[in-house]
Design a protein around this ligand. Sequence first.
Ligand SMILES: [Zn+2]
Ligand SMILES: [Zn+2]
Ligand SMILES: [Zn+2]
Length: 564
Amino acid sequence: MATNTVFQALDTETNRLAQYFLNRIYEDNSAERKHFLSWLKHDVKELHDKVNIVHKKLLMNQMFPNFAIDTKNDIIAADYRNKGNDQFQLGNSLEAVEHYNNCIAMAKSKEILALAYADRSEVFFTLCMRKECLEEIERALASGYPDEVQMAGRRERIQQLQESANNYYEEVPEIIAKHPTIQSASDCVRIGESGRCVVATRDIDIGEVIAVEKPYTSAVFPNDNLFYCHHCSKLCYNMIACEHCTQALFCGKECKQKSLDLYHRYECPILFALNEYKANDTTLLVALRVALLALNDCFMLNTFEGDHRKVYRSDRYNEIHFLRPTSEPSELDLLHETVLTAFVYELLWAKTSYFHRVTSLWCHQDDFRNKFKEVMLQQLLSTKFNAVKIYDYVHNPKLNETDNYGFGMYSFFPLFAHSCCANVMKSYHGTTMVLRALNTIKKGHQCFVNRYGLRYDAFTEPVRSHMLLVSRLPPCECKACRERWIPHLGNLPQICEQLGIENMEFEHIIKRFIGIDLDVAKEYLPRLIAMLKECEEAEPLGNALILKRMIAHCYAIFGNKRML
Ligand SMILES: [Zn+2]
Ligand SMILES: [Zn+2]
Ligand SMILES: [Zn+2]
């Protein structure tokens, strides 16, 4: 399931931009390198001063690259369309739609767009996806598709179909008793006094919803932009493209307009260059989006710490601002992110009107620029730790599994501490995160999530501590680590018997028997929960682990929306 970015970042070449900077400016002089790194981290106090120093050096040494230019291209678009047609002939609908979506992102002229919309309408027609098919027919006609009779015929035939019942996922659950001062939480928890800590205010049952949180903002991975909306990050098969760049596709006109108004008009001219330069910073886009959005409301910051009368909200920048990185950046990390901030600043400055606008809030241009640099650098340093990967269930008959497609910036979720044997799990309905108890949690006990993907049954204790150490994260003090739990896979035949199903392998139960079948999940959940209640105290012995994994799987598919 979703793992944190911290470890992924270590797999790739680290601090590429810091090396680039040091090699060019200090060449072989290691004493000067060391001095600069230490000085930048410890002596330059303000974040925006760090960026200004680095930016000036980059400028003086002519170190800004020729940023890549994004252009729409009908020839490339037509090529994608041909590939789509080939896949459609072979009966591969998903691949066909992927190529058509690429074609639409690339297309410059209305003619190509019209053809691609018409092609998509045919795929959705054969798949009986009524709503999508009708939308494509209207788009094709609006773009001047020549064969109006053909479209009218298709429209008539698809309209005879019933609208699909849309029951392939569960509704987002409601919190029954909302917390009076935590916007996204139930009143069964409170925020603890120190650091990252959420505590139960009463006994919480297995499966009880603890929080339902929408992200402040989210961003889709560049590779997943063909099926997930650039603005709301929701799954969509028939997206429309930004007219100016090849990087942004939207689920509809509304998202396109909202995105343009809020941030995309600044992001649009630089997105292509940024995607080329992202290096190992997979969280770059979400950090930039937070920075662009934050500048609208970051004049009015209020700390929440220590004042529980204030409402802890998920829909504004304020709470995000006070989420700090879990560990201090190294000198090289800091330089890397500072160079990246300078790159982003330079791009925005050179290619967009972002810094040219003068609003009533920002009478001094320098203040505005410095504020941007500060928020951007702070976000680059902290999103690695605080942004959360969002996953979806991939419908594949052989291996139903989760697939991460983007990042969300949530403000309540990061307040939970990590445990390798977490008693709270997260699942998604689109980008809306649902947190549920995975164990009985007694009043006054702490709630834990698995922040780093380090489940005790997936990695041994030495591997887990090593991974935390190399990421400069504090050592884990969870029960599984303290007591060196050894995972027990329990008595599977006994579980099958109690469930009244034939004896089968664990993987088979997860991938085939439950799979992504909501009805099966709903039928067996109450029994699984009752069985876990009987044996959870004995974990890691007995059947607790295996039951928890089955329950987690059932909840994880509740928000699944995939059709293809
Ligand atoms: Zn959308
Ligand atoms: Zn754009
Ligand atoms: Zn642990």
